[in-house]
Design a protein around this ligand. Structure first.
Ligand SMILES: NC(=O)c1ccc[n+]([C@@H]2O[C@H](COP(=O)([O-])OP(=O)(O)OC[C@H]3O[C@@H](n4cnc5c(N)ncnc54)[C@H](O)[C@@H]3O)[C@@H](O)[C@H]2O)c1
Ligand SMILES: C[N+](C)(C)CC=O
Length: 499
């Protein structure tokens, strides 16, 4: 297969070092593609291209409506290439094709949303306290944005950054996760096809420790938008402090799914599975902490265990598959270590916990959907992100206890409450320290609503008009409409001799 390349200053290029990386299919460990492995040197070149494109006004000289029009064309192209993009995403991540197709709809939707929003901000007139003056506030692009994306939703998370950054008039350097670059490469082909000026969008492939670090450190970069884990997030914050870059961070979560006894039982059971086994639990907002009211605990666990045993594991390209492999051998081992930790900590493993034995799954990075009961918030299996298909079950007896357990986390990304008592739901929602709370649902997100976390789940928000504002600077413009001398320093004063 032809080697896919990086996109820098409107050209498809190889790494200066000529280093390469093989991209692996997590279903069977086969090599899907070979891509360049970029370095700091390649990243510096991409940053310089984005800097020049920004400073020379290549992108900023277009009207906001013209930028919106190009973004709209990108949305159309994503729809046109939906099948190809979805297949690439499933090959690279192992997620089911149904999930990838839904991701592509979401990605087209994000570009469409920001295409529409690009020319909607007309600034703000301020009531000036001074006579004969006009005071107004405008938003302007920040400049060069470094966009760092994770492997679990490679193109979706990249699109949440690309679309608002470009709509606001910035130029960008995108760095996908090293192991999942394929849809980002295709995405840059789309930018080229619809006629983005050179240097506006750049793509560098390579490791976080070099390409990502360079983006975070380089003084020519004005903003870093990062989605990933806390450890990398801390490195980036430190590195970005050199020139006080603006930063936005979408980090991890250990998200509570709270089920009250009066909830619709079958629906809550169904969603409890979807909350965490979707994409094999590799979702920042996965409902990995199930909190069940004590009086329905046994019946609820019995029901989810029974349903879990029936989950079809397999190739993402098989229509019957409900859960694919996890992303890599390294990640599989990390999930297994968390399962062992849960056992050592005294949680009860009631289903799953091991690699499936089916012969056709032996080459893939598969792990069975897993449920632990008898869990409590002191356990690391409850507190830390295994980022795999693992549920921990805790119980509560009162609303206060449910809230206390749910909030007992370093994270604050998302959570859900299941009840038919809307007064109870509203009381709980008010007390949950999370960026998103669902009532009688789990997982919905869409471009119109902000996404992001409290506490150690992040800084700032993506999506919605707030997600656009993250990529802007605010400028106050003040005009004196009748300038006259002030005479603060009086012309007629005798000069005081300085001693
Ligand atoms: N809050 C959200 O919306 C959201 C969405 C998706 C994923 N996540 C989180 O992402 C994590 C999983 O993704 P991951 O394993 O790809 O995360 P990761 O932190 O390992 O990597 C994310 C990206 O950062 C880069 N990177 C790593 N170290 C870096 C460094 N020192 N400097 C600069 N860049 C660096 C990686 O190459 C990759 O592109 C989970 O914690 C998950 O919860 C959060
Ligand atoms: C933000 N989301 C839910 C699309 C992916 C999180 O991993």
């Amino acid at each position: 297969m032809a080697m896919k390349r990086m996109y820098i200053n409107g050209k498809w290029v190889e790494a200066k070092s000529n280093e390469k990386r093989e991209i692996i299919n997590p279903f069977n460990q086969e090599v899907i593609e070979t891509v360049p492995r970029g370095s700091r040197e390649d990243t510096k070149e991409a940053i310089q291209a984005a800097r020049s494109a920004f400073d020379e006004g290549v992108w900023g000289s277009l009207t906001a409506a013209e930028r919106g029009d190009l973004l709209f064309q990108v949305a159309q192209k994503i729809k046109e290439y939906k099948q190809e993009l979805a297949e690439l995403e499933s090959l690279n991540t192992g997620k089911t094709l149904t999930e990838s197709l839904a991701d592509m709809d979401g990605i087209a939707g994000v570009f469409q949303y920001y295409a529409g929003l690009a020319d909607k901000d007309g600034g703000l007139m301020i009531e000036s306290p001074n006579p004969n003056s006009v005071s107004r506030v405008v938003r302007e692009p920040v400049g060069v944005c470094g966009l760092i994306a994770p492997w679990n939703y490679p193109l979706l998370q990249a699109s949440w950054k690309l679309a608002p950054a470009l709509a606001a008039g910035n130029t960008v350097v995108l760095k996908p996760a090293e192991i999942t670059p394929l849809t980002s490469i295709k995405m840059c082909e789309i930018f080229e096809e619809v006629g983005f000026p050179k240097g506006v969008v750049n793509l560098v492939l390579g490791p976080g420790s070099t390409v990502g670090s360079e983006l975070a450190e380089n003084p020519l970069v004005d903003l870093i938008s990062f989605t990933g884990g806390g450890e990398a997030g801390r490195h980036i914050m430190k590195a970005a402090s050199g020139n006080f870059k603006k930063i936005s961070m979408e980090l991890g979560g250990k998200n509570p799914n709270i089920v009250f006894a009066d909830a619709d039982f079958d629906t809550a059971v169904d969603y409890a599975l979807n909350a965490v086994f979707f994409h094999a639990g590799q979702v920042c907002s996965a409902g990995a902490r199930l909190l069940v009211e004590k009086k329905i605990h046994d019946r609820f666990v019995e029901a989810i265990v029974e349903r879990t045993r029936k989950i079809n594991i397999g190739s993402g390209f098989n229509e019957a598959t409900e859960m694919g492999p996890v992303i890599s051998a390294e990640h599989l081992e990390s999930i297994e270590q968390y399962i062992q930790l849960g056992i050592q900590e005294g949680a009860t493993l009631v289903v799953g916990g091991k690699r499936p034995t089916a012969p056709e799954l032996q080459k893939g990075y598969f792990i069975e959907p897993t449920i632990f009961t008898n869990c409590h918030t002191k356990m690391r299996i409850v507190q830390e992100e295994s980022f795999g298909p693992v549920i921990t079950v805790e119980t509560f007896e009162t609303e206060e206890e449910a809230v206390r357990l749910a909030n007992d986390s370093l994270y604050g990304l998302a959570g859900a409450v299941w009840t038919n008592d809307m007064n109870c739901a509203e009381r709980i929602v008010k007390k949950l320290r999370m960026g998103t709370v669902w009532i009688n649902d789990f997982h919905p997100y869409f471009p119109q609503a902000p996404w992001g976390g409290y506490k150690q789940s992040g800084i700032g928000r993506e999506l919605s008009h707030v997600g656009l504002e993250e990529y802007t600077e605010i400028k106050h413009i003040y005009m004196n409409t009748n300038p006259e001398p002030m005479h603060w320093f009086k012309e007629e004063n005798a000069k005081v001799e300085l001693v």
